[in-house]
Design a protein around this ligand. Structure first.
Ligand code: SAM
Length: 329
C-alpha cells in the first residue's frame, strides 16, 4: 500500500470524493430506506463537528477534492451551518448536501453563505398522497418550497433524486421528465438498491435504468452528455435543448470500475463501498489520541482494501448489515 501520493486502491482507482454522514437519524421513513421503528446511535457515538472537520482536513491533505454531507437526514442535526463553515474553510473544490428538503427552506441561505455549493433534494413523487405513502412522513409542498428556496439562494442547477419503485411510482417517470424540462432541475432516476432496513429488496421492485431511458426517450428524445469520469449518473440532455436528466443504474449497470468515492459513517467509520461490510474506525483513532498521520493511514488502508465491484449481481451476494440511512447515502 502506498504511503504517499493520492488515495489509491489496488485497482488503480484514485479517490477524490468523500461522503460524510452527519447523523443516522431522519425525519422521514422512506419505505425503500428505513423501517417505521429504527434504533439510532447514541449521541456520544457520533463524531462531533470538530472531529468531522479534523477528519475532513486529513482527507483534503490526501487529495479529496469533493465533500458531500448526507445522512440519515443531515439537517436534523443541530446547527449544520457551523459544520459547513468549518469545512468550507478547508478549501474543497466542491461542498454539497443531500437532503430530503423538509427543513431546508429556512436554512439554505445561511448554508450558502457558509460556503455550501450544491444541493440534491430527494423527492419520489409529485403527487401529495403518493409522496406520503412512499416517504411515510413529511409532505410534498414543503419539499417543493425548499427547491424554490435553493434556487433563490443561487445554488443552481438543483438536482432532484427520485428512487423509482416498480408499481409504486414508475407511472410518474414521464411526469418527472416533464418536471425536469419545465423547471430546469436535473432529475436523477435512481435504481432501488438492496440497502433497505427491512431487507425486503428484490430485483422485481427495481426499474432498470435502460427502461427509464426508453420510456422517456420515446416521448422526448435524449442525447448523452459527458458525465465526467467518475460521476455515478449517466447524464442525458433532451435533444431539443430543454433540460437534462440523469440515470443512476447502480444495480443493472454498475459503475464500480470508475468509483472514486469513500464514505465516513456518522459513528466515524470509513466505508469503502456502500455494499461492503468492511469498516475502518477513525473514531477509535481520534478518541485514543491518535495523530493525523494515524488517521491518514486508516484512510489509505480503507481505500486500498476496496473490492473491485459490489457483487450485487453475484449469486452469493448478501445485503449489507447496515442499511442506507446508517451508512450515509
Ligand atoms: N435524507 C437525505 C435524503 O433524503 O436525501 C440524505 C440521505 S438519503 C439515504 C440519500 C439518498 O439515498 C436519497 O436520494 C435516497 O432516496 C437514496 N436512497 C435511500 N435508500 C435507497 C435505496 N435502498 N436504494 C436507492 N436509493 C436509496
Amino acid at each position: 500500500m502506498p504511503l504517499e501520493g493520492p488515495l489509491v486502491d489496488r485497482y488503480g482507482r484514485v479517490h477524490g470524493d468523500l461522503r460524510i454522514s452527519v447523523t443516522d437519524r431522519c425525519n422521514l421513513r422512506c419505505v425503500y430506506c428505513m423501517d417505521e421503528d429504527m434504533t439510532f446511535l447514541p449521541r456520544s457515538a457520533l463524531l462531533s463537528y470538530e472531529e468531522i472537520a479534523r477528519v475532513s482536513k486529513v482527507a483534503f491533505d490526501l487529495g479529496i477534492t469533493a465533500l458531500r454531507l448526507t445522512g440519515g437526514e443531515p439537517l436534523v442535526r443541530k446547527n449544520l451551518t457551523a459544520l459547513v463553515t468549518q469545512l468550507s474553510a478547508i478549501g474543497f473544490e466542491d461542498l454539497a448536501l443531500t437532503t430530503n428538503g423538509m427543513l431546508l427552506a429556512s436554512l439554505v441561505q445561511s448554508l450558502a453563505d457558509a460556503g455550501l455549493k450544491r444541493v440534491n433534494i430527494s423527492c419520489d413523487s409529485l403527487r401529495p398522497e403518493r409522496f406520503n405513502a412512499i416517504r411515510r412522513r413529511g409532505n410534498l409542498a414543503t419539499v417543493l418550497a425548499a427547491m424554490d428556496a435553493v434556487e433563490a439562494a443561487g445554488l443552481v442547477p438543483l438536482k432532484v433524486n427520485v428512487v423509482i419503485l416498480r408499481g409504486k411510482n414508475d407511472d410518474e417517470i414521464l411526469d418527472f421528465a416533464r418536471f425536469a424540462r419545465e423547471s430546469g432541475r436535473v432529475v436523477r432516476f435512481i435504481e432501488f438498491m438492496p440497502l433497505d432496513a427491512s431487507g425486503q429488496w428484490d430485483r422485481n421492485q427495481l426499474v432498470p435504468g435502460h427502461e427509464i431511458f426508453e420510456r422517456i426517450n420515446d416521448v422526448w428524445p435524449l442525447s448523452p452528455k459527458d458525465n465526467g469520469s467518475s460521476a455515478p449518473a449517466e447524464r442525458f440532455a433532451f435533444t431539443d435543448g430543454q433540460g437534462e436528466i440523469g440515470l443512476i443504474s447502480s444495480v443493472t449497470q454498475p459503475f464500480c470500475g470508475t468509483c472514486n468515492r469513500v464514505r465516513l459513517t456518522s459513528d466515524g467509520a470509513i466505508r469503502n463501498c456502500l455494499f461492503s461490510d468492511n469498516e475502518f474506525s477513525l473514531r477509535d483513532v481520534l478518541r485514543s489520541g491518535g495523530t493525523d498521520d494515524a488517521a491518514a493511514l486508516v484512510f489509505r488502508k480503507a481505500v486500498w482494501e476496496k473490492f473491485p465491484g459490489h457483487a450485487i449481481n453475484e449469486p452469493n451476494f448478501l445485503q449489507p448489515s447496515r442499511s442506507m440511512s446508517m451508512i450515509g447515502g
